[in-house]
Design a protein around this ligand. Structure first.
Ligand code: AMP
Length: 393
């Protein structure tokens, strides 16, 4: 199958050509015809599958066919980073099409709020927004949604995890009941099914990814004590001429400390975490994408939805608390069918958690020997290592 089979408008095909896309991914093959047919969708798909283009392309095509002066489509995403990324993809695909768009996300100054307000009152065709910031605008009353035809919820499971459930309902209260709604989620817990029941009408179900990392990822793990982690990481990073590396840690204190330690050793590294101003976060991400920064140390903010091409190595400095987050973190590498390596450090307290991850992905991750000179690591015995300190009597 090629993109020609969808019979897209000429200006959209030009956009696709300029982005270098030739063949649709499986989710695009399945979702695009359904969306072009005006049906609602509930799609289970991880990032890395091409889900963004799966919903953007048919929407842009409809707008190319029938240009609008009003807000036509609302895309809601959980984080600013994801909103920016969707907006960037949109600008690429729609470069030659008569489509205007704006990204609306919190954390900027009053000037951007005014700019957003202007775009919203003038009726940008596609709005990409994080929930909180959009509500601030909606509450002021100047956003006219009566011509809206499409609502898209991206990373819906993440939004509910982040506590946006009420916000989403509130936003939906501003929208016409007659609309096409597309719900994308990496996982399908019961709360997503409940949300879907409320907001979708006879949806087509699309299930692309079982909860498994993309096929091209080589996964491995080191069983270590906490005191061995820093040395192991330094050893792994040394001499690697990979273009891009991400190190994930669950806490921002760890992230900050690792950045300091690696900078001392003259690694080309930068950190990203929620204490950074939005401007700075954008700058770090930009430099990482442009390969000015080789290694990014990040909290989970980055593990979902952020699209950086060809990350050669992902290191989980600790085991993510949520097994689904493992798949998201590991999903940063081997995107769109390239290959990559994902290595996880497992300390004794995390062994149980890691076992759960192995159960979720349905295979055992190879435990690698520690490099010479590091001394022995702990035994890998998830049954014995409870994950919580034992009770003292
Ligand atoms: P997503 O899952 O939407 O985050 O997309 C993952 C990556 O795959 C992005 O870098 C996209 O630009 C890329 N991508 C999506 N669809 C295609 C396609 N049909 N051909 C080539 N690359 C694609």
């Amino acid at each position: 199958m090629t993109f020609n089979d969808f019979h897209f408008e000429k200006d959209l095909m030009e956009g696709l050509d300029s982005m270098g896309f030739s063949k649709p991914t499986p989710i695009q093959e399945q979702a695009i015809p359904v969306i072009m047919n005006n049906r609602d969708i509930i799609a289970c798909a991880q990032t890395g599958t091409g889900k963004t283009a799966a919903y953007l392309l048919p929407i842009i095509n409809k707008l190319s066919k029938k240009p609008s002066d009003f807000v036509n489509t609302l895309i809601i995403a959980p984080t600013r980073e994801l909103a920016i990324q969707i907006d960037e993809a949109l600008q690429g695909f729609a470069y030659f099409a008569p489509v205007s768009c704006i990204a609306i996300y919190g954390g900027n100054d009053g000037f951007s709020f005014e700019q957003e307000k202007k775009a919203l009152t003038q009726g940008a065709n596609i709005i990409v927004a994080t929930p909180g910031r959009l509500i601030s605008h909606l509450n002021m009353g100047y956003v006219k949604m009566q011509h809206l035809e499409h609502l898209i919820l991206d990373e819906a499971d993440r939004m509910l995890d982040m506590g946006f459930s009420l916000d989403i309902n509130k936003i939906i209260g501003f929208l016409p009941k007659q609309r096409q709604t597309l719900l994308f989620s990496a996982t399908m817990p019961p709360k997503i099914r409940t949300l879907a029941k409320h907001i979708l009408v006879s949806p087509e179900q699309i299930n692309i990814s079982l909860s498994k990392p993309a096929e091209g990822v080589l996964q491995g793990a080191y069983v270590v004590y906490n005191s061995q982690k820093q040395e192991l990481l330094k050893g792994l990073l040394k001499g690697k001429d990979l273009a891009s590396i991400i190190v994930f840690s669950s806490t921002k204190d760890n992230v900050k400390q690792l950045e300091r330690e690696l900078l001392k050793l003259k690694f080309n590294v930068s950190a990203i975490h929620s204490d950074l101003e939005q401007e700075k976060r954008n700058e770090v991400l930009r430099d990482f994408k442009n390969r000015k920064i080789q290694t990014l140390v990040a909290t989970d903010i980055l593990s979902r939805g952020i699209d950086v091409d060809s990350i050669g190595l992902v290191v989980n400095y600790d085991v993510p608390g949520d097994a689904e987050d493992y798949i998201h973190r590991v999903g940063r590498t081997a995107r769109a069918e390239s290959t990559g390596i994902a290595l996880t450090f497992i300390n004794p307290e995390d062994q149980r958690k890691f076992k759960k991850i192995e159960e979720l992905i349905g295979s055992e991750v190879k435990k690698l020997p520690l490099p010479e000179g590091m001394g022995p690591g702990p035994e890998y015995n998830p049954e014995k290592n409870e994950g919580k300190p034992r009770k003292r009597y």
